[in-house]
Design a binder for this molecule. Structure first.
Ligand code: SF4
Length: 332
């Protein structure tokens, strides 16, 4: 959007870190355009792959946490969800809207992404790509270099900032054209195209829906906790998280809030960390302690010592474990 007569054309790309992101930037860089990337983070997806892609290609990267704006969209996406809690169309529209603000602030000329027409059945049809452009507020300024020849000419192409002839006409689900191009650019390491977004995960989506249904507000840490352990809903106001592995236990401790949460752990025997986010009534804390004992290596049918830590202090209670099979009805 800037006066480009006196300087190199500058483009800002959305980067997921996948091969298509890398290729889209390199195709533009090859025709002399100064490319940079932006990548967005939330508790549902990270910028790990984007950082790797930036290291591989040398394309400068800015990372921004967009959790508050993302949550607002995620609770009520205009186009609804995909198979799980993934609002792909509105997710893309939001990302382009935010990237568009950065484009204006930092004097880039246009936006680009590695999207390929027809690669994903829902979010990359001609209609979805158009929806995203319109909703983003930057209609005409979003270039998809890999599929450009199948798409309407964008403003930077019309203005002569980009040579359309040097753009590509890739479409569909085959990855062969991208792999060939990767070879030509000498790119050997890139992550597999699928995965990386927890909103497309069935189990994670159930937990996210549960928290949306039962809490008006939640912290970013609570959303990170949805990734770890087994989650049980004990009543409308109380849920517990039971670590399955050492890594779960460590992350439950890392993301818990000592000012509000209750942490439960069996004494003397190996077992899970159990968390009650925001604490719970006495009888539910007892139930959580028996679930904790039931999932531990403590002997069955014998009362064992279980430690509880609440914001008000530590306590040890003696309790018999409930076998895991008897608590499956609480599982989220
Ligand atoms: S998979 Fe996740 S990150 Fe990707 S568009 Fe869909 S919601 Fe957004």
């Amino acid at each position: 959007m800037a006066n480009t007569k006196s300087r190199q054309v500058r483009a800002l790309g959305l980067c997921s870190g996948g091969l298509d992101s890398m290729l889209s930037a390199l195709v533009l860089r090859n025709q002399g355009i100064d490319v940079e990337w932006i990548s967005f983070e939330t508790p549902f997806f990270s910028s790990v792959n984007a950082r790797l892609a930036s290291r591989t290609t040398g394309v400068p990267l800015t990372v921004e946490n967009i959790t508050p704006a993302y949550l607002e969209m995620l609770k009520n996406p205009r186009c609804g969800y995909g198979k799980h809690m993934n609002p792909c169309m509105d997710c893309h529209a939001l990302m382009f809207r935010l990237a568009g603000s950065v484009m204006q602030e930092k004097d880039f000329d246009f936006l680009f992404s590695g999207e390929v027409l027809g690669q994903r059945p829902m979010s990359q049809t001609m209609q979805s790509l158009r929806y995203v452009e319109k909703q983003s507020g930057f209609d005409g300024y979003i270039l998809r270099p890999l599929s450009a020849k199948h798409l309407p000419e964008t403003i930077p192409e019309k203005k002569g900032m980009v040579n359309r002839e040097l753009l590509l006409d890739i479409s569909g689900r085959s990855r062969k054209p991208q792999m060939k191009l990767a070879e030509a650019f000498g790119i050997k390491d890139y992550p597999s195209p699928a995965g990386g977004c927890l909103l497309t995960d069935k189990e994670f989506s159930k937990r996210l829906k549960d928290i949306f249904d039962h809490q008006k507000t939640y912290t970013e840490a609570e959303l990170h906790l949805l990734r770890y352990g087994r989650h049980f809903r004990l009543d409308e106001n109380t849920k517990i998280i039971v670590g399955r592995t050492q890594m779960d236990n460590e992350n439950i401790i890392k993301y818990h809030n000592p000012a509000e949460d209750t942490v439960i752990k069996v004494k003397k025997y190996p077992g899970p960390v159990v968390l009650i986010p925001h604490g719970g009534k006495k009888e539910l804390m007892m139930l959580a302690a028996s679930i904790c004992a039931g999932y531990s290596k403590a002997p069955d049918l014998i009362p064992v010592d279980v430690g509880t830590a609440t914001p008000h202090g530590h306590e040890i209670i003696k309790i018999t474990g409930i076998p895991p099979k008897d608590v499956q009805r609480f599982l989220i």
